[in-house]
Design a protein around this ligand. Structure first.
Ligand SMILES: NC(=O)c1ccc[n+]([C@@H]2O[C@H](COP(=O)([O-])OP(=O)(O)OC[C@H]3O[C@@H](n4cnc5c(N)ncnc54)[C@H](O)[C@@H]3O)[C@@H](O)[C@H]2O)c1
Ligand SMILES: [Fe+2]
Length: 371
């Protein structure tokens, strides 16, 4: 099969990007968001750009959206029949909006709905991906859905919208960006196009995330992180991800840990694990280290320095190294171990890990992340 690089949605970025919404002034617009966005003036910020539009707001998205949320959103919009859906929020709102859009299009065959994604965290990259991560809370599972219909038509990256992200959410989501970029770079489906985007996303994140941490009002650093998040999304949309995400979906789904935080905790362990087993992965991790300005006397020492550099960053960001340190109920964790291993191996993201893991690999990593 011929290799291809997906068609990227139109991306508008920077302090004036929100004006793009002016063209919707006479349309029927559904906004999908969470309660915080609706009550903190962020939906008003959008509506001010299109005062004549007919607007219906669905603001019941919860972190890690479930099928029930998609059904509730679609039910609200069924009579309104929006021409456009705007997804406003973090990855949870963006993924929910994707699911709602597709559900509505199934209700109304032939009624195509434009999807505009406006991320308010610098993390998921969902504004440019064909992924929607949907949770099944009854069974404690998170499933990555992957389909071309889920790619938004347009993404708006407005750095003003991320200034209010609390510091801990900013660093957790920022570590999700770093994980997307590193996993895309070492993935079995990495290619010249995804590499270009992943490499730039690593460079921007490694420099700008500590700057955001030092001064959360630094608009330039916030802008760089917002752009990096989008680039990392483009990279993994083409190249796929790896075992960090496979395990993070399993652990996050069952133990309800913020997505970026559990990725950050797993990242150094999976780098060590993959580098020991795959020479190609080791070479690619050395590329990551070079981009970050990390080098030592030998390749192995450079890999060790990369892993400890990420651990140091996690420590600085108050991200724990182990589940025990995070305060997880360890008896509960132990009872879930077999299911966690099965879910991580079955996750679609694990398929492009540079080394194909077997149950014993995941089990060993679970022992290390447990602490
Ligand atoms: N579709 C994809 O490609 C993709 C990729 C990675 C992750 N995900 C999914 O995205 C979800 C995580 O998204 P996330 O990390 O962005 O978190 P999130 O959307 O769950 O939001 C986390 C919290 O931050 C708050 N928040 C968001 N923006 C804010 C702002 N500007 N100011 C103040 N508070 C704000 C939210 O209200 C929420 O309480 C997970 O379900 C994850 O699995 C999807
Ligand atoms: Fe992610």
């Amino acid at each position: 099969m011929a290799s291809s690089f997906f068609s990227i949605p139109d991306v508008y970025f920077g302090e004036e990007a929100i004006h793009t919404l002016r063209r919707l002034n006479h349309k029927k617009v559904g906004i999908v968001t969470d309660n915080f966005m609706a009550t903190s003036g962020k939906t008003r910020y959008l509506i001010n750009e299109m005062p004549q539009a007919a607007v219906s707001i669905f603001s019941d998205v919860k972190p890690d959206p479930s099928v029930e949320v998609l059904q509730a959103g679609a039910a609200q919009f069924k009579t309104f029949r929006p021409e456009v859906i705007i997804a406003l929020g973090g990855g949870s709102s963006l993924d929910a909006a994707k699911g709602i859009k597709v559900t509505l299009e199934e209700f109304f065959p032939g009624h195509a709905i434009e999807l505009i994604a406006i991320p308010t965290t610098s993390g998921s990259g969902s504004e440019v991906t064909a992924y929607a991560i949907i949770s099944d809370p009854q069974n404690g599972r998170k499933y990555p859905l992957i389909a071309d219909e889920l790619v938004p038509d347009c993404a708006i990256l407005d750095p003003h919208l991320v200034l209010s992200v609390p510091l801990q959410v900013a660093v957790d989501t920022g570590m999700d960006v770093l994980t997307h970029a590193i996993e895309a770079l070492v993935s079995t489906d990495a290619n010249d196009f995804s590499d270009a985007l992943a490499e730039k996303a690593i460079a921007l994140t490694w420099r700008s995330l500590p700057e955001v941490f030092r001064d959360e009002k630094n608009l330039q650093a916030r802008s760089h992180m917002h752009n990096a998040s989008c680039m990392a999304g483009m990279a993994f949309n083409s190249a796929g991800l790896g075992l960090v995400h496979g395990m993070a979906h399993a652990i996050g789904g069952m133990l309800h840990i913020p997505h970026g935080k559990i990725n950050a905790m797993l990242l150094p362990l999976v780098i060590e694990h993959n580098a020991e087993r795959s020479p190609r992965a080791a070479t690619r991790y050395l590329t990551c280290a070079a981009i970050m300005g990390i080098r030592a006397a030998t390749p192995q020492q450079t890999l060790d320095a990369l892993v400890s550099g990420i651990r140091d960053l996690n420590r600085r960001f108050a991200i724990p190294a182990t589940l025990k340190e995070l305060g997880t109920d360890m008896a509960h964790f132990t009872s879930l171990r077999a299911s966690l291993t099965a879910a991580a191996l079955a996750d679609g993201c694990t398929a492009t890990n540079p080394y194909e893991p077997v149950p014993a690999d995941v089990d060993g990593l679970l022992t290390r992340i447990a602490g």
